[in-house]
Design a protein. Sequence first.
Length: 281
Amino acid sequence: MVVVKRINNNAVLCVDSAGHQVVALGRGLAQATLGSELDLDLVDHTFYDVEPRYVELMRDLDLAYLEVSAQIIDMARSMLTYELSPNIEVALADHIQFAVQRMREHIYLSTPLSYDLQQNYPLEYKIAQWALTRIDHLFEVTLPRNEIAGIAMCIINGAYSSAGAVSSDSAETQDRLLEDITRIVEETMGAAVDREGFGFARFATHVQYLIRRVATGDAIASENSGMYALAATDNPQASTCVEAIAALLMSTYQQELIDEEKLYLILHINRICSHPSANEG
């Protein structure tokens, strides 16, 4: 494999002998020279066919989260009968990193549909149970048990495209809504969002999950109304942005966003608008 781009100190983009793009992950890959053959002894994991915006998202992820995500998805692929998206390791790593950061900052958010997920997706739920134990051990935290549902949802949504779970009309509607929501963020927050940047990849993943929940009427149960009220007071501009997004979704699906969903949106809007490299390609 020939190194064509350095992503960060632990990840490089390569091209293999068949012309396929490969992300190689491993400690010490900062020493890899552009244009040279990669020393395979330095490589711990390889990811094929990752979309460019998810490749860029890896720049913002700690190696430890990518490694544990790769372990979880390796297990998932060995146990599940359907194909998982090539982007899922990166999306799950970002989910885990954000969950651990929230825990360390004492921000507690409920996770939707735990009972329904356990009943309807028992295998994915079991994988997520194992994953939570692994994450707690590696990062010396105690994530809430309902985070099992969050991890399971990442796995389930990772099969979304390959499983053909959405009609072309629904996919077109969701793509349009994502663009409309992004424009609302730009206009309200005064921030230019690079659609190819890694900050947008994170934001888009959350919004896509949100749209799917709203479209099916599976709103998450809120236990954080007080926390949302405080967040809205502290972030009036982001709160105005969230209310505009809520109005858009209401007009499309006749479903109201509850405070829990709005709180998540404030957190994600602040991330994409305040991160100094969020819009770099």
